[in-house]
Write a protein that binds this ligand. Structure first.
Ligand SMILES: C[S@@+](CC[C@H](N)C(=O)[O-])C[C@H]1O[C@@H](n2cnc3c(N)ncnc32)[C@H](O)[C@@H]1O
Ligand SMILES: [Zn+2]
Length: 359
């Protein structure tokens, strides 16, 4: 027997046999804002729906959801989501089966991929939902954070064809590896990608992307893929088409290939913030803070700096307050901001030598 729960004022039933994780509420809220920030009517497919709470929230909270289809391989999930959609007075379609089979039967403007663990094996199927579309939106969650953000090369190479790096900015590396994999699969379908909003939280990584069909856009996306290099001795980092060693120490660790360009679109984030200010989510203040941090990440290098490590390398007697460090960097004419990835880290476009000097 399941119980009836409420998430952001939406009532839905659960069942012991069907997955529901209350810790993903923030992820669902941010994703729902992303749906609302899309400036067109969209047919949404919630392809790993479980209880259906994601799709139900997308449709109930946003006026631009035209049609809603739920897919799950588990008959218990489909039974439950039918009840939940009815409870919420939503007209929807329900399909029980493997996403691989459904990819040949359904079309989507916006597809939600929220599987257990890695999304990688489902990406080929995902793009078939857009076969007849010139543009579309893809929303992807990865909960295999230990693979994407760990130091183990084999599982990440196997699933994402990229080398991870377990260092102080490993979460940004993991997110960028996931986006790279999406760009590669998209390119095979002649689609280019534009990440609209991407984030790391608790045990998962998430990105919502706009897709555009053209051979040129597909190739342009591939040009945004490269490597991040990191010196394990002095903390120097750089990015480019190929890995390169630290010019001072000659050492090099590297991660990639990964997505080097922006992981959010500024105007899209601004629309999400505006929508959030009108909603009464329990997480609204936290979401606003996250979105404002993400706005500052646009146009910055694809990594961040842990201020404790910077202070240690700069031989600082103590760790200065993070806002003081930011002010000092800015007073030298560089950009510096906090980042949503870590409360003890900053992003800056200052050369590494200037950052160390500041400390
Ligand atoms: C992590 S849960 C989804 C959670 C849900 N999106 C939410 O926000 O509560 C993953 C779901 O995907 C379903 N699933 C697993 N493999 C699948 C496949 N190949 N095709 C379709 N559904 C699948 C599982 O039955 C499970 O209900
Ligand atoms: Zn070095």
């Amino acid at each position: 027997m399941g119980v009836t729960l409420e998430e952001e004022n939406i009532k839905f039933g659960t069942s012991k046999k069907v997955f529901y994780n209350p810790a993903m509420q923030l992820c669902r809220s941010i994703s729902s804002l992303a749906v609302g920030a899309i400036q067109e009517q969209i047919d949404v497919v919630d392809a790993f729906c479980a209880s259906g709470i994601r799709g139900i929230r997308y449709a109930k909270e946003n006026k631009n959801v035209r049609e809603l289809t739920f897919i799950d391989i588990d008959p218990n999930a489909i039974k439950l989501v039918k009840k939940n959609a009815l409870k919420n007075r939503l007209k929807s379609a329900f399909k029980r089966g493997n996403i691989s089979k459904m990819a040949f039967e359904c079309e989507a403007d916006f597809l939600e991929i929220d599987p257990f663990g890695t999304p990688s094996p489902y990406l080929l199927d995902a793009f078939r939902f857009f076969n007849r579309k010139k543009s579309a939106y893809l929303s992807v969650t990865a909960t295999d954070v230990a693979v994407l953000c760990g130091g183990k090369v084999a599982p990440c190479m196997k699933n994402y064809h990229s080398k991870p790096l377990n260092n102080e900015f490993t979460h940004e590396i993991g997110l960028r590896i996931m986006i790279k994999k999406i760009a590669e699969v998209a390119a095979e379908f002649n689609m280019g990608i534009q990440p609209l909003v991407s984030f790391s939280d608790k045990h998962y990584l998430k990105s919502v992307l706009a897709l555009k069909r053209s051979a040129d856009s597909a190739y342009d996306s591939l040009k945004e893929i490269g490597y991040i290099s990191f010196c394990p001795k002095c903390g120097f980092r750089s990015f480019g088409q190929f890995p390169s060693p630290c010019q001072s120490c000659g050492l090099m660790e590297f991660a990639g290939p990964l997505w080097l360009s922006d992981i959010h679109e500024k105007k899209f984030l601004a629309r999400m913030r505006k929508l959030n200010s009108k909603r009464t989510y329990s997480d609204s203040p936290k979401i606003d803070n996250m979105l404002s941090l993400m706005e500052n990440e646009v146009g910055m290098p694809p990594y961040y700096y842990n201020v404790h490590n910077l202070s240690r390398i700069g031989n600082s007697k103590s760790v200065l307050p993070i806002n003081t460090i930011i002010d000092k960097i800015r007073s030298r004419g560089y950009r510096a901001f906090r980042t949503h990835f870590s409360p003890i880290s900053i992003k800056s476009d200052a050369p590494y030598s200037a950052l160390i000097e500041v400390l």
